[in-house]
Design a protein around this ligand. Structure first.
Ligand SMILES: [Zn+2]
Length: 223
């Protein structure tokens, strides 16, 4: 082997190694990083950085993505934010060429049972994202979907995810609400939803469909 061909081979090997590194995904695919810094009110817009407001992030971007399913993205958001005992977090799910993702969440007012999310929805839209589903936490109160949640699903005609303080994640789809109303002979209106919720057995809310918990969390040592 001449010195020249040896050098060429070495260069080829280096190039192959560089390509292998470039092909490695920047994040762990379909994995949920539980230790990445979370949204906190100091990242909120000045007008909303108060405990009696729905805190809206100044910068709404993909917080974690690369998930194979919307369920996995929602379960990751829930696992990361369900443990705040005083306020609810709300986010939106999006789909990119890397898969499903959730956006920087907003945070509801302290101890509020109803959280106004219109401004957060608008801000998330204005940040250039196509919002496909909403996900939120229940830090207290009902462990499952409330009448307000079900009415929102019906009105928005899109799925909603909920993660309660036990870190259980549930999904409610518009067709679930409509079929339940049909079964009772109610029209598909938000008034019918409140009638549905006044039935016995609905005190804890509506369970919807269970979503598998995070199965592949990224731990500190993996990062
Ligand atoms: Zn809710």
């Amino acid at each position: 082997m001449t010195l020249d061909s040896h050098r060429r081979r070495r260069r080829r090997r280096t190039r192959a190694l560089l390509c292998a590194i470039a092909a490695l995904p920047a994040t762990h695919p379909n994995a949920c990083d539980l230790h990445q810094p979370r949204f906190s009110p100091e990242h909120a817009t000045p007008e909303t950085a108060r405990t009696d407001r729905t805190r809206i992030p100044r910068d709404i971007r993909i917080e974690q993505g690369g998930f194979a399913t919307a369920d996995a993205a929602a379960a990751c958001f829930g696992a990361r934010y369900h443990d705040d005992k005083r306020a609810e977090f709300v986010t939106f799910l999006v789909h990119t060429e890397d898969g499903w993702a959730y956006l920087t969440p907003g945070k509801g007012p302290r101890n509020a049972r109803r959280v106004h999310t219109e401004a957060l929805h608008r801000a998330s839209n204005d940040a250039g994202h196509a919002l496909l589903a909403v996900a939120h936490t229940h830090p207290f109160g009902m462990p499952y979907f409330s009448a307000t949640d079900a009415a929102t699903v019906l009105r928005a005609n899109g799925p909603m995810y909920l993660t309660n303080w036990r870190n259980e994640t549930w999904r409610l789809a518009p067709e679930d609400v409509r079929s339940q109303l049909e079964r009772r002979g109610f029209p598909s209106t938000t008034i019918s939803v409140s009638r549905l919720f006044s039935a016995p057995g609905m005190r804890e809310g509506w369970r919807g469909t269970p979503v598998a918990p995070v199965v592949n969390p990224v731990r500190r040592a993996d990062r």
